[in-house]
Design a protein around this ligand. Structure first.
Ligand SMILES: CC(C)[C@H](C(=O)O)[C@@H](O)C(=O)O
Ligand code: SF4
Length: 413
């Protein structure tokens, strides 16, 4: 019978949908942020549309260059705010509320069985809740704004199982980088990757978000973790609508199945300039570091900040270290439980919840030849400054490297 994707598309298209079918599907929630909504809004206006299909289903967070860094971005943001007001879109999140991929789950939009589409490639993050969630371009988003529908080719699915438990000092990010290293940046192109196994069930909700966030980095259309009690607990008092969890059938058909052993996974880093250039941290230990960045939609959640604090507690960073909580509520929680104080005393520089320097626009871009250990999801050439070098790592590895000024195995701190 069906995979999770086939089942979600069957419901959303109102007829049985199988892998490779083309379907016109009803989108449950649509997201566009300050970086992409202006393009979508312009395309929407060009279509001579007046009203969006359903203002309550559209979510607009301001996170990418927030607060604005130039007059141009300030003016574009002003135009989006005006459009949001005109359209009566209630789910608008101002600068400082956080990164779109944190804001949607926290506010209960990322729900099992739903179809979510975002004008951002890391919208696959919501698959951590058993949704089918994917990124589209601005003109597709304009189509959704207008009609609430979009054409999809139902993806074929991969089944990735990670058996056993991760070691104590190995985190969701290490697991994710390991899987991307095995699959390659194009190894799962246009596939939906379903994740199974003990190591996946043992991941926290935040860890599952880290994993699904980076599904796109193996080329996947989305990554999906089947929802369980942890998911339902997280959604209690948050879900904006009733939802129905969807699971694959025992005889569902997968294009490929992969089985990995969590015991084989150690701390990993993705070396410049490609996300699948993944190595165990030991192979690059000692590499000089100029900046450490802990944050983003991949690893800016409370547990990530807590891990960093556990490494930095009572010590001082040796290089400039920027820490950006993924959302206002993450920042508040980190203040309330003392995490923020530990980090500040260790010498880190905080910034407004949002994307920060992740996309190379502001708040910590790199100088020529500089090296950054970052907890983000992309390390392409030019990503954080045109001649910078980015090593992607877990918050533990990033914090350990901040203490020494060189890439450091967190197990040795
Ligand atoms: C700006 C936006 C379109 C982009 C994306 O889609 O991923 C950004 O979030 C990124 O991570 O590069
Ligand atoms: S934090 Fe980085 S990867 Fe995530 S949405 Fe923002 S720019 Fe994109």
């Amino acid at each position: 019978m069906g995979t999770i994707s086939e089942k979600i598309f069957s419901r959303a298209a109102g007829k049985e949908a199988k892998a490779n079918d083309f379907v016109l599907a009803d989108v449950d929630y649509a997201m566009a942020h300050d970086g992409t909504s202006i393009l979508a809004v312009n395309a929407f206006k060009e279509m001579e549309m007046e009203k969006v299909w359903d203002p309550s289903k559209i979510v607009i967070p301001f996170d990418h260059i927030a607060p604005a860094n130039t007059e141009t971005s300030a003016t574009l943001q002003k135009e989006i705010r005006e459009w949001v007001r005109e359209q009566g879109i209630p789910n608008f999140y101002e600068i400082g509320e956080g990164i779109c991929h944190q804001v949607l789950p926290e506010n209960g939009f990322a729900l099992p069985g739903k179809l979510l589409v975002g004008a951002d490639s890391h919208s696959c993050t919501y698959g951590a809740f058993g949704a089918f969630a994917t990124g589209v371009g601005a003109t597709d988003m304009a189509e959704i704004f207008a009609t609430g529908k979009l054409w999809f080719k139902v993806p074929e699915s991969f089944r990735m199982t990670v058996e056993g438990s991760l070691d104590k000092h190995v985190y969701a990010k290490d697991l994710t980088l390991y899987l991307i290293g095995k699959t390659g940046i194009a190894g799962a192109t246009y596939k939906a990757v379903e994740f199974y196994g003990q190591a996946i069930s043992e991941l926290s909700v935040a860890g599952r978000m880290t994993l699904c966030n980076m599904a796109i980095e193996m080329g996947a259309k989305t990554g999906i973790v089947p929802p369980d009690e942890k998911t339902f607990d997280f959604l209690k008092n948050r879900a904006v609508a009733p939802y129905e969890p969807v699971y694959s059938d025992p005889d569902a058909s997968y294009l490929k199945e992969f089985v990995y052993d969590a015991g084989d996974i150690e701390p990993h880093v993705a070396c410049p300039h490609q996300v699948d250039n993944v190595k165990p941290v030991g192979e690059v230990e000692g590499t000089h570091v100029d900046q450490v960045f802990i944050g983003t939609c991949t690893n800016g959640r409370l547990e990530d900040l807590e891990v960093a604090a556990s490494v930095l507690k009572g010590k001082k960073v040796a290089v400039r270290t920027i820490i950006i909580p993924a959302s206002r509520s993450t920042l508040l929680a980190a203040i309330e439980n003392g995490t923020m104080e530990i980090l500040l005393k260790a010498g880190v520089t905080p910034a407004t919840p949002g994307c920060g320097p992740c996309l190379g626009a502001h708040q910590g871009v790199l100088g020529e030849g500089e090296v950054c250990v970052s907890t983000a999801n992309r390390n392409f050439k030019g990503r954080m400054g045109k001649d910078g070098f980015i090593y992607l790592a877990s918050p533990a590895t990033a914090a350990a490297s901040a203490l020494t000024g060189e890439i450091t195995d967190p197990r040795k701190i």
